[in-house]
Design a protein around this ligand. Structure first.
Ligand code: PEP
Ligand code: MG
Length: 552
């Protein structure tokens, strides 16, 4: 029987191949014998943890940029001396090696989980190390991506950071996970690597190793045991797409030349080198959190100046929009956030942190201004999580006082989208963060995969807010870009163009498909499409309107 599974579209494109399931975490038998030689068990447990950490270090050495910092954090957690103390205590309480590891990690994992937010998410990293160490203690293969020959579709509950950083697009042609939403770690990495992916697909639990599946990361579907015809169609589609993508280069524009700038999202010097080499018109979102996460002290102005400079260097002659620190909620920064808020996503985060810690914001603006001068760069700044025109005015005035000529704000709080005209009276430009704007418009935690349907950027209320912001910007004669994940969706590109959005900022791998999608329509067609999509009652209907317009 042909079976179509549904999940969240996470990384566009189609692919087919045999299922390779992530090796499951080891399961500890419920009963054990109290070891006769505790010292031997302690040595075995320590050795197993060392094996797991050494394996992580080997993997970390082969990657750079954001992936590297994710793994370095994981390694630092595994080196926490209190874990070893816990293992020792558990062994002396009669636990064999694997059980001692489980017990010692258990307390740390529970403590992190209870904190929620960014730190809560780190619990998954610690669980991954625990499982690797237990597998080593039991003499089992480590959990994660098994070593197999040939191309395959990777299927699992979710993919741990240690595995995502090693994904090889030449082998992993598609990804399907049972958990995760459109902004989950797996989704972001899949998009960055250009691997079609469907996440939050609960039905994937029933897929068997070796079974052929067809993944449609644009629609969010997974077809089990597709027929020959379907496989041929997928192969033809992806060949036609590659040919089409290779045909277009240069600045973003519709078929009749209406410009929509194609910009990049970067998050640190590692990925910036690859981004600088890409065919794009500049940086629409430089996330600066990489310098602050997992730090206990504020980086100095000089350190920040050098870090920003490392990115600016590659973009000489092209504009770079640097976002000031967006600490809080999913990006917990120890010295900026208290960690004791009941609802961190609704708490002191983004610009609100800068208001309460002015020295953080002013040091950053000073460093940005110095780095811009060092490199003669066209630098603009924007603040995250702006809610009111007064906040926009205060931020832009402060930025200009540091000699930064162009100052804007992100629109990711519904209040700012509704009163976009007032915000634009104060800011030089706005950039819409659809990830948070979805979260706050639909009251749906962006990290919860099971709420993926509400977080879908094709949802009509989100698009209505985008339309309102774009119209306000057009009336003000200013630019309104999009820098959330929705900007990398080729299906939405003509809709955004038709609404009057002036730039789309995305990961490097998304640019060719978005550029090609814009070329499929004239500006007039984009406007017609936008009008029709805005009147759609729900996200699937909106997608269908674009699909039918394109093929009809
Ligand atoms: C957004 O919210 O859409 C955005 C671009 O910011 P971040 O994902 O960094 O919160
Ligand atoms: Mg945001």
């Amino acid at each position: 029987m042909v079976d179509e599974l549904r999940g969240n579209p996470a990384s566009p494109g189609t692919a087919a191949g045999p299922v390779v399931r992530l090796a499951p975490p080891p399961v500890l038998p419920e009963a054990w014998d109290v070891p006769a030689a505790p010292e031997e068990e302690l040595a075995a447990a320590s050795g197993a943890l060392e094996t797991a950490v050494a394996d992580l270090e080997k993997r970390a050495a082969s990657v750079t940029g954001e992936s590297r910092s994710i793994m370095d954090t994981q390694i630092a957690m595994a080196r926490d001396p209190s874990l070893r103390t816990g293992i020792r205590a558990a062994v002396h309480n009669g636990r064999p090696a694997a059980w001692a590891i489980h017990e010692a990690f258990g307390r740390h994992i529970a403590a992190l989980e209870s904190l929620g937010g960014y730190l809560g998410d780190r619990a998954a990293d610690l669980t991954d190390i625990r499982d690797r160490a237990i597998a080593a203690a039991l003499g089992l293969a480590p959990p994660g991506i098994p070593a197999v020959d040939g191309a395959f579709v990777l299927v699992g509950q979710d993919i741990a950071p240690a595995d995502t950083v090693l994904l090889d697009p030449a082998k992993v042609v598609g990804i399907v996970t049972e958990k995760g939403g459109p902004t989950s770690h797996t989704a972001i990495v899949a998009r960055a690597l250009g691997i079609p992916a469907v996440v939050g697909c609960a039905g994937a639990a029933g897929l068997a190793d070796g079974q052929t599946v067809a993944v449609d990361g644009t629609r969010g579907t997974v077809l089990a045991d597709p027929g020959e015809d379907h496989l041929r169609r997928i192969a033809a589609e992806s060949a036609a797409l590659s040919e089409k993508l290779a045909r277009h280069r240069g600045p973003g524009a519709t078929a009749d030349g209406h410009p929509v700038k194609l910009l990049l999202n970067v998050g640190g010097a590692g990925g910036a080198a690859a981004a600088a080499a890409a065919d794009a018109e500049g940086v629409g979102l430089f996330r600066t959190e990489f310098l602050f996460l997992d730090r206990t002290e504020v980086p100095t102005v000089e350190e920040q100046r050098a870090a920003y400079g490392a990115v600016l260097r590659g973009f000489a002659g092209r504009p770079v929009v640097i976002r000031t620190l967006d600490a809080g909620a999913d990006k917990f920064v120890p010295f900026a956030n208290t960690g004791d808020e009941p609802n961190p996503a609704l708490g002191v985060r983004g610009y609100r942190v800068g208001v309460r810690n002015p020295e953080l914001l002013t040091a950053q603006l000073e460093a940005i201004s110095l780095a811009a001068a060092d490199h003669g760069a066209d630098v603009r700044v924007m603040a995250p999580m702006i809610a009111t025109p007064a906040e926009a005015a205060a931020f832009c005035e402060l930025a200009r006082s540091y000699g930064i000529g162009t100052a804007g704000v992100m629109v990711e709080v519904p209040a700012a989208a509704i009163r976009a005209a007032d915000i634009l009276a104060e800011a030089d430009f706005v950039s819409i963060g659809t990830n948070d704007l979805s979260q706050y418009t639909y009251a749906a935690d962006r990290l919860l995969g099971e709420l993926g349907e509400l977080l879908d950027p094709w949802q009509p209320a989100l698009l209505a807010l985008v339309a309102n912001v774009a119209a306000a910007a057009r009336d003000a004669g200013k630019s309104a870009g999009i820098c959330g994940e929705a900007a990398g969706d080729p299906g939405l590109a003509p809709v955004f163009a038709g609404l009057g959005i002036t730039s789309l900022s995305m990961s490097v791998s998304a640019v060719p498909a978005v550029r090609a999608a814009l070329k499929d329509y004239t500006a007039g067609q984009c406007e017609t499409l936008a009008r029709e999509v805005l009147s759609a009652p729900d996200a699937p209907t909106a997608r269908k309107i674009v699909e039918e317009f394109r093929t009809g």
